[in-house]
Design a binder for this molecule. Sequence first.
Ligand SMILES: [Ca+2]
Ligand SMILES: [Ca+2]
Length: 84
Amino acid sequence: MADAPNKADCERVFKHIDKNGDGKVSLEEFSDAVKEAGATSNVDVAAKMKEIDKDGDGFISLDELWEFFSAHPQILKEAVSKVA
Ligand SMILES: [Ca+2]
Ligand SMILES: [Ca+2]
């Protein structure tokens, strides 16, 4: 599968989104990332965050982001092209 999501790509995107480098993505950081991706108009950021934040601690971990990108490889591809 040429389009299979790649964990190294996921890590790059995660590091890019995690602006303060504390190893987790807050709602604020996530919201900035969504804005940066230009998808502001009809994205409910808080709802999306809840969808990705499986354990509900209010932060997105690398594992949680990876799980999301595994299910949505096309979004990972777009994200990688933006941080590259
Ligand atoms: Ca952070
Ligand atoms: Ca979490």
